[in-house]
Every structure is written in C-alpha cells, then in structure tokens.
Design a protein around this ligand. Sequence first.
Ligand SMILES: Nc1ncnc2c1ncn2[C@@H]1O[C@H](COP(=O)(O)OP(=O)(O)OP(=O)(O)O)[C@@H](O)[C@H]1O
Ligand SMILES: [Mg+2]
Length: 299
Amino acid sequence: MTAPTPGTAPDASAGDDPVVTLTGVGRTFRRSGGQQMTALQDIDLTIPRGSAFGVVGESGSGKTTLMRLIAGLDRATSGRVVVDGTDITELPEKKLQFLRRTLQVVFQDPMGSLDPRMRIGRIVAEPLSVLRHSGIEHRVAEVLQQVGLEADIVHRYPHQFSGGQRQRISIARAIAPDPAVLIADEAVSALDVTVRAQILDLIAEIAARRSLTLIFVSHDLSVIRRVCDHVAVLQSGRLVETGTTAQVYTDPQQDYTRRLLAAVPRLASSLQMARSRAAARKPTESPTLGTAGRNEDTE
Ligand SMILES: Nc1ncnc2c1ncn2[C@@H]1O[C@H](COP(=O)(O)OP(=O)(O)OP(=O)(O)O)[C@@H](O)[C@H]1O
Ligand SMILES: [Mg+2]
C-alpha cells in the first residue's frame, strides 16, 4: 500500500519498480509565425509503481503537456517515454491502444469531458466498450457504487448532477477498465472547497484500495500534500525538484519550491473557514449522493 490514507503522513517507501520512466524528455511547439516554444525540457522522471505521485507547478509550467506525453495523447520532441515497460515514444497510433487499459485520465472539467447528450450508463461504459469488455452493465453498476453513486443513475444525463457528482462519474469511467495508472489533471480544481476535500479523499481511497499508481497534477501544494507520497515540482518546463512529499515539504531544496509552499492557502484552513461559514448559515445537511439533479455533495 503506498497511497496514504487521507490526512495521514505520506508514505516514503513506494518501492523502486517504475511504472513510468521519462528520460531527457522535451516538447517544443511551433507557434504561428514560426517561433519555437519550449514547454518541457530535459525531464528525467521515474514514477514508482503503486505510488501516489504529485506533479505541481504554476500555470504554464508544463504539467498538462507532461501528462499528455505519458498518456500517449502527444509525442515528445526529444527523449524517451516508457509506460508499464513499453517505450511509447515512437509507437504507432494503433499500438498505443494498450494504454487505454493501462492508463486512464480524469480531467479538470467534468462538464467538458462528459458528453452532455450521452446518458451516464453509456459514458461510464465507453472505455469498456472500446476494449470489448464482457459484463459491461454489471461493471458499470459496480464502479458507480465504488464512487458513492447509485446504479440507477445510468438513465440520467450529466447536466442533472452537481459538479462533485459529475467528477465522481468521471472517476467511475476512469476506473472501469481497471487501469494500472490513473492520471488526475487538476481534477478537483473546479470544485468548491468542501466538495474538493471529498473528491480528493475518494481518489486517494480508490488509488489505495486498488493499489494503482496515481499521478496527481495540481498547481496547489496543499492538495498534493493531502493525497501524494511523492512529488515533482515543475518550473517553466523544467523539473526543479522531486522526492517524497515528506522530504520536499519539510526540506525543500529549491527557492521556487519554497515560494510555492509559502504562497498556497492551506486546504485544511480553507476547509475550516468554509465549514464555519456553512455552520453559521444553515444546519448540516446529510449526504445525498445518487439523488441526481438537486444538490451538491455535502459532508
Ligand atoms: N498545443 C500547444 N501549442 C502551443 N503551445 C502549447 C501547446 N500546449 C501547451 N503549450 C504551451 O506550453 C506551456 C505549458 O502548458 P501546459 O498546459 O502544459 O501548462 P500547465 O502547467 O498544465 O498549466 P495550467 O496549470 O494552466 O494547466 C504553456 O506556455 C502553453 O501555452
Ligand atoms: Mg494544465
């Protein structure tokens, strides 16, 4: 077990069997007008199998570009990318299919990533259909239940759900094919602070229970700290620091990391403030997951 229980100290011993290895990876883009733009440069990175691995850095530091390379959605312009023992750097498109089973991504904006015209059942079944999975209906019900939703929501549409519930649906879809690696790219950034904590805890719990590798991207170090046992810090396309979360948070080696640490509002204190405000406004609501279309997640 490597992903920590939410709220506990990070586990520093994620083993040394890498599930993702990047060697000298770079990505440049050509801008209109012919200018080159370097989004990533000389990235050497090893992500231990079963770890909860945070990637942090300011907006534009290259986090999403890095995730797209690992997920096979984009190609490096230099270096090598190895995922689960396969060098995917120049693998033809057709052979990248194996990544669909190995690796799934949860994006920031569930409204953007869930097709509004599709019912939930079809949305969650999509990766299974692509993989010609058997027993799809049963599997869909199972993963919905694992993310705290009722199986009967399969007939509803995304707009009938709150932001937190939509992100639960995205997570259900991502874990349906039982991937070895789950990438969450700013998966909780669009959620309000109370719901954010719930979804974070859900992601951490699922990663730990399934022993999958979680790659968790955020610009917010307090969020990474809650979920991850390892962290890599990106600055302007370069990897400036990496280590266990405990090491990096207690003894940051780079000024940039220190500045990031000093700048972030603490999730715990934001949560405390949100709870105090909520308590002053109204009595505590009970969880209402699965009752689509009329509520937000509440604690
Ligand atoms: N397809 C592209 N064409 C040109 N430039 C790109 C492209 N994709 C990314 N970039 C540039 O690469 C840099 C890194 O972008 P990226 O989206 O990876 O950053 P990020 O760390 O994920 O930022 P954010 O926190 O805002 O999501 C940015 O300057 C961005 O403008
Ligand atoms: Mg991004």
